[in-house]
Design a protein around this ligand. Structure first.
Ligand code: SF4
Length: 359
C-alpha cells in the first residue's frame, strides 16, 4: 500500500558504525542502503545531521546547507549588523523584531503559547533533573549530581554566601543536562549537548534578578533565538562541524544576549553580550568521553551559564561600543572550527576522550 511495506530491521545487524570514516560533506552522516531479496543494492541515500535537530540530504549539504528563505519577513536580517540597523531604523528592540517576524506564521496568541510551552518545558527539565538520583546510563556510570546539590542548596538557602546564586545556576544547568544524558525531555537550545545553559540563565533571571517577569522570559527567548539564527545562518551550531564552540559557545552567546535584553539592555549592549559570550569560547573542542554527552558536557553547561551571566554584566556596564563585532566573532568561530582537527569534533578520538586515564 502506498509503495510501503514492512522490512526486517535488526539494529545490531543492520546499523554499521564506522567512526574512522567521514562522508563527503559533513562529519555526522548516515548512508541508507536498500537491498532486494537477492541481496542486490537497489537504492541508497545519504543524510546529514547538521546540529540543532536539522537533517539535510547531500544536495543541501553541498549548497551550504540551507536554501535561502523565499519568505519575505517584515524585518529581514542575516547578520548582526543588519539586525542592529533594523532595530535602529524601527526604534525597536531585538525581541520586538523577532516577535513581529514570527507573526508571519502565527497569531500573537500562538506566539505566546509557543513561548510558554518552551519555558514550561525548560522548567520541567530542571525539576525532573533535581528529582532523580543514581547514575546516568552508559559505560561511565556517572553519578547524577543535581539531586544532592538541590537538597543541600535548599538547606542553606538563607546563608550569606555572596556566591550562593552561582550554586543555583550550576544546579539548573546540571539538572537539565542530566535529564538530557538520561534521554529525558529538554529544549534543544541550540543543541541537546548545550541544552542547559539557556534554561539555567533564565532561571537565574526569574529567581534572582529584581523586577523579573514573564515578559522578561519572553524577551529572553525571542532575543536568544535571533542570536542562534545568526550562528546557524553564518557559521554552524554543530559540534561535529566546528567543535564545542558551536554548541556550548553558541548557547553561552544566546543566553548572554537574552539576559541583557530582559534586563533592559540596548540592542548594542545585547550584541556586545552575545559577542563576549562567544569570544571566550573560541577554540573550544568537542571530546566527549566514550562518545557520551556527559563528560565534559554536563559540567561545561554550568560553566557556560556562569560565563553568560558575566558576559551580560560586562555588556550592561558598557555603552554597547566595543572593538570586536558579533559578526566578526561568528566568522572567527567558523574559521577556527574549520582549522580544528577532526578528532576534536564529536569523534571522541582526541582530548579528554583519549587522555582521561593519564590524568
Ligand atoms: S563536548 Fe561535544 S558533545 Fe559535549 S556539549 Fe560540547 S559539542 Fe556537545
Amino acid at each position: 500500500m502506498l509503495g510501503r511495506k514492512p522490512i526486517d530491521f535488526i539494529p545490531q545487524r543492520d546499523m554499521i558504525y564506522k567512526p574512522q570514516e567521514t562522508l563527503p560533506h559533513h562529519p555526522n552522516g548516515l548512508l541508507f542502503k536498500a537491498y532486494n531479496s537477492d541481496d542486490k543494492p537497489i537504492y541508497n541515500k545519504i543524510y546529514y545531521s547538521t546540529g540543532g535537530g536539522f537533517l539535510v540530504g547531500a544536495k543541501a549539504a553541498v549548497m551550504n546547507k540551507f536554501k535561502k528563505d523565499k519568505i519575505q519577513l517584515k524585518y529581514p536580517f542575516r547578520s548582526a549588523k543588519d539586525l542592529l540597523e533594523v532595530c535602529a531604523q524601527n526604534k525597536k528592540s531585538i525581541s520586538q523584531i523577532v516577535f513581529e517576524n514570527e507573526l508571519h506564521w502565527n497569531s500573537e496568541q500562538d506566539v505566546y503559547k509557543k513561548l510558554d510551552k518552551i519555558w514550561n518545558t525548560m522548567q520541567e527539565s530542571v525539576k525532573n533533573g533535581c528529582k532523580k538520583k543514581g547514575v546516568l546510563p552508559g559505560s561511565l556510570k556517572l553519578k547524577r549530581r543535581a539531586y544532592e546539590m538541590y537538597n543541600k542548596l535548599k538547606k542553606k538557602n538563607n546563608s550569606n554566601d555572596a556566591l550562593r546564586e552561582l550554586d543555583w545556576v550550576n544546579l539548573y544547568a546540571l539538572a537539565v543536562n542530566e535529564v538530557n544524558a538520561d534521554g529525558g525531555r529538554i529544549v534543544t537550545a541550540p543543541t541537546n549537548g548545550a541544552a542547559g545553559i539557556l534554561p539555567a540563565v533564565m532561571h537565574y533571571y526569574i529567581n534572582f534578578c529584581s523586577n523579573s517577569s514573564i515578559d522578561g522570559i519572553y524577551k529572553m527567548l525571542l532575543c536568544s533565538g535571533a542570536i542562534a539564527m545568526l550562528y546557524k545562518t553564518n557559521a554552524s551550531i554543530s559540534g561535529a562541524e566546528v567543535g564545542c564552540q558551536g554548541e556550548v559557545g553558541v548557547a553561552c552567546s544566546m543566553a548572554a544576549a537574552g539576559l541583557t535584553e530582559a534586563l533592559g539592555g540596548s540592542p548594542e549592549q545585547v550584541e556586545n553580550a552575545a559577542e563576549i559570550g562567544m569570544e571566550h569560547n573560541l577554540g573550544l573542542t568537542c571530546d566527549p568521553i566514550d562518545g557520551l554527552v556527559q563528560i565534559p558536557c554536563i559540567e561545561r553547561n554550568a560553566m557556560g551559564a556562569v560565563k553568560a551571566i558575566n558576559a551580560s554584566r560586562m555588556a550592561l556596564d558598557g555603552d554597547g561600543k566595543h572593538y570586536v563585532s558579533l559578526d566578526m566573532v561568528i566568522k572567527t568561530m567558523l574559521a577556527t572550527g574549520h582549522d580544528m582537527k577532526v578528532k576534536y569534533k564529536e569523534t571522541s578520538m582526541g582530548g579528554l576522550a583519549v587522555n582521561i586515564t593519564e590524568c
